[in-house]
Design a protein around this ligand. Structure first.
Ligand SMILES: [Zn+2]
Length: 318
């Protein structure tokens, strides 16, 4: 489908909901649940008005059932899911967890829709790429990336690139999209990291632990250019996980903050230059120090503000 080249507005569209950080977890739980609220607050602190953000709304049961097994959805809705299955997800079950997940899925879908108008759209959540058809894994209940991409196909798009640059392989996305040629799955990840059993994406690059900034950026650039040229997608959905960073507690790679910013700028700029809308989600990132972690997620916003010619770019340090 031919889509009019989006003109960049004053700011990228941004999606958020306070429920992203509203989840009661046991003390010392690995998941940095406060990062969403802190990221939002930091964006307000640099002067962005609350009106710059759109509130996410939950996905519908039908949109969810396009990707996930109804019995699995029901077991998470009513808490009848097996304890072992919840352990694989890594969170204790709660209604709050289920509802937060639906809202986050809706946010990624709205981000994809908003990108068609604003050129770049950013979600202050998302990237639940380890969720499979009938089971969750690695802090992921449902796969927002695939739910959003499939919903966008029903809205008239012909081809979508799912560019997953989180340090962990997008195994759930790869398997869910194995028989869907209209959505291209690409994962550039650390080969030695979780998940131990990798799935086959349409394009996989498994990086070595000692990969340098230069090698990393080259792998991203070559993958992106090749896939954009081959497939000419109508939309790119970008998982901008920051767990590639050298300070990440689960990442294993050794990528600097400067290279992280360069990666995000490279992806967004390549899409903008080719007139392809890009919807980015913040993806993974694991540090006990939430302020340090959020500073990394802010690099995506700095890159987007730079391309939009916004003064807010200068208010975020690299
Ligand atoms: Zn990750």
């Amino acid at each position: 489908m031919l889509i009019a080249k989006p003109k960049l507005s004053a700011l990228p569209a941004m999606l958020y909901h306070p429920c992203y950080s509203e989840l009661n977890l046991p003390d010392r739980h690995r998941y940095p649940i406060a990062k969403y609220r802190t990221l939002y607050q930091r964006l307000l602190d640099i002067g962005l008005p609350e009106s710059a953000f759109t509130l996410s709304v939950p996905v519908t049961a039908e949109q969810l059932a396009e990707v996930h097994c109804r019995a699995y959805i029901q077991s998470l809705a009513d808490g009848t899911i097996a304890a072992k299955a919840m352990r694989r997800i890594g969170f204790p079950w709660s209604k709050q967890l289920f509802e937060r997940s639906l809202c986050s899925l809706g946010g990624t879908l709205q981000t994809a829709q908003a990108a068609l108008n604003s050129g770049i759209a950013l979600h202050l959540s998302g990237g639940y790429h380890h969720a499979f058809y009938a089971e969750g894994s690695g802090f992921c209940l449902f796969n927002d990336l695939v739910v959003a991409a499939k919903a966008m196909l029903t809205q008239g798009l012909d081809k979508i690139l799912l560019l997953d640059l989180d340090v962990h392989q997008g195994d759930g996305s790869a398997l869910l999209l194995a028989d869907e040629p209209r959505i291209i799955s690409c994962s550039v990840h650390c080969e030695k990291n979780f998940p131990s059993r990798k799935q086959h994406s349409d394009w996989d690059i498994g990086l070595a632990i000692d990969c340098s900034d230069t090698d990393y950026l080259q792998a991203v650039q070559q993958s992106l250019q090749t896939l954009l040229n081959w497939h000419r997608p109508d939309l790119v959905i970008f998982d901008a996980g920051v767990d590639i960073h050298q300070q990440d507690e689960l990442g294993l790679l050794n990528i600097s903050t400067g290279a992280l910013y360069q990666r995000d700028l490279l992806v967004l700029q390549s899409c903008v230059e080719q007139g392809i809308p890009v919807a980015a989600v913040i993806g993974g990132g694991y540090q006990r120090n939430i302020d340090a972690l959020v500073q990394l997620h802010l690099q995506l916003f700095k890159a987007a503000f730079t391309l939009h010619g916004s003064d807010f770019a200068g208010k975020i340090e690299t």
